[in-house]
Design a protein around this ligand. Sequence first.
Ligand code: 3EB
Length: 320
Amino acid sequence: MRDDAPSLRRAAPRVDYRPRDGDLCGRTLACFRFDTQPSPDDARVLHVPLPLLGDALDEVWQVDGDVVHGHDGALRWSRGGGWLFAAIEVHEAAHGGPEEAAEHAYGCLSRFVADAEERHVQRIWNYLGAINRGDGDDERYKHFCTGRIRGMGEVFAQGFPAATAIGHHGDSGLLQVYLLATDRPGTRVENPRQVSAWRYPRQYGRTPPSFARATRLPDDDVLAISGTAAVVGHASAHAGDLDAQLDETARNLDALVEAGELPAGFGHNAPLKAYVRDPAHANAVRTFVTRRWPDTPVLAVHGDICRAELLVEIDGWRYR
Ligand code: 3EB
């Protein structure tokens, strides 16, 4: 049954990692397959070009309600239980470069979300090819940041969502962006150990990155955590040192849970995803996470962090 009463409590999507069995149910909002196959017609199934470093698991989002889904031009979408998933894939060749591709992708998503009931974007993911290619202001990630803010329309004007931006090793001209939105605003959470990304000084590029460190989802004790790395203040810490970066990243994750006013720590109720620059580090990353926070589901994927000196980044969810 559908109920549009704005006072209705919307249970947040549950995210978990499952063996690939191929079958989605009527309450599946989205399913992510980490490999480089083309995405099938079912709009909810998105192939993400970040190879898994470990068991063949899918990331599945389930909602408390019946899901409908479809396509709208280049966009794929699904909605149910008060939540909206939308995704777009853009090829740079059709737009001129990484900046124009990002502007186009964000423009399409902004317009789509602005017309939806679920117009409050809580969380967004960005995967672009060759993210660290180019020097100084010409690095492709920095061009992406400029295009992203240009394409962000009114729906992002109240504040930036939590986000992840990672480099993939698939077709270097492919930009993939997907989001989770609902019908009420969440609460943005910043990390007291870090300068807010939109206030980064000029040395990191002409356009500071537009994201919040986390979002506390409306009406639920759920924290959606942005890509988190060994950044302290605005500086990268422990360049080239995996163990020290993991330790610093864990401190940042703990600080976000505290700032988000949830009980300390991670565990079975906190699925995490680790983006690992060097596939040889995957075991060390998984071991670190499960020693520090036993029973935490952790998926490791091969991806590049947007600062060349960083080796690992972790994002995820914290349910109460
Ligand atoms: C950082 O803390 C690391 O540009 O959307 C993390 C999460 C990072 C999101 C983004 C970038 C983004 O600055 C990089």
